[in-house]
Design a protein around this ligand. Structure first.
Ligand SMILES: Nc1ncnc2c1ncn2[C@@H]1O[C@H](COP(=O)(O)OP(=O)(O)OP(=O)(O)O)[C@@H](O)[C@H]1O
Length: 272
């Protein structure tokens, strides 16, 4: 990001989420604030149960109805700030898959085994744009190229089971980029992939942020992934952001004891 002007696409202000279940209340997020700028990758790191997924689901309005959400989630669109939390269900649905899209750990979570991958990308386009099937198909092929899917005209007609895990994740990425989002939320997108394929997907994320200017919130517990592609890091612990900074600062001089613990619990590669 050095030398680039920072332009925010998503601002989270004092976001709190509590789940009320019978007489119990779980405070999953306790007033977190952060910003994602155009063309940067922000990693949200923390142990299991720290609030990473709840952060994502709050932004996407995918929390169950017994969740109590407070604070602001602002989208910066056409020079205006829009608080997602103040929008109607219908307006929120329009934003999902258009301004903001999501990539999950398991591509099978978004891919329907009964339809060709092309059909599924076209569906995602038709849900948000007033274009003909033929136009949507051209946009879909273009999205497949952006996701670096080789031979997209042929892959368009294939079913998910005909593709490798890495290619399926690329199809999920094609769906995510098809409507030119400003923000992508990626929840452990490489955890289910082997090391080589994972490295290729990370490289693709870098291309998406550099060439399309997308702001990416990358949820991960893998500090290797963070070191590889993040510009900035947010460390979340028990629903609070306990440390934040650029990736070099977090790795070189972590302030918070929890961050130091995270760094020391990284697997160390043997030297020969
Ligand atoms: N639907 C829900 N109902 C009740 N509690 C929930 C719900 N979703 C999450 N929680 C609670 O909120 C807290 C944060 O959970 P969250 O799933 O965000 O953690 P996480 O950091 O994403 O963990 P992981 O790395 O295991 O996915 C946890 O205490 C969890 O039990």
């Amino acid at each position: 990001m050095n030398g680039k002007t920072l332009s925010p696409v998503l601002t989270v202000n004092n976001l709190s989420v509590s789940f009320h279940i019978e007489k119990e209340t779980v405070e999953a997020l306790k007033g977190i604030s952060f910003e994602i700028n155009r063309g940067e990758i922000v990693a949200l790191v923390g142990e299991s149960g720290s609030g990473k997924s709840v952060t994502c689901y709050s932004i996407l309005d995918l929390l169950p109805n017994y969740a109590e959400v407070k604070g602001e989630i602002l989208l910066h669109r056409d020079g205006k700030k829009v608080n997602i939390l103040g929008l109607s269900k219908n307006e929120k649905r329009k934003i999902r898959g258009d301004f903001i899209s999501m990539i999950f750990q398991e591509p099978s979570a978004v891919l329907n085994p009964l339809f060709t991958v092309g059909n599924q990308i076209v569906e995602a386009i038709l849900a948000h744009r007033d274009v003909s099937y033929e136009q949507a198909k051209d946009i879909a092929i273009d999205a497949m190229k952006k996701a670096h899917i080789p031979d997209p005209e042929k892959r368009f007609y294939q079913y998910p089971h005909e593709l490798s895990g890495g290619l399926k994740q690329r199809v999920a990425i094609a769906i995510a980029v098809a409507n030119n989002p400003e923000v992508i939320l990626a929840d452990e997108p490489t955890t289910a992939l082997d090391v080589t394929v994972s490295a290729q997907i990370l490289k693709l994320f870098r291309i998406l942020k550099d060439e399309m200017g997308i702001g990416i919130l990358l949820i991960t517990h893998d500090l290797g992934v963070v070191a590889e592609i993040a510009d900035r890091v947010l460390v979340i612990y028990k629903g609070e952001i306990v440390e934040r900074g650029d990736v070099f600062k977090i790795f070189d001089s972590p302030d918070h004891p929890y961050t130091r613990k995270l760094l020391t619990s990284r697997p160390v590669l043997p030297t020969f």
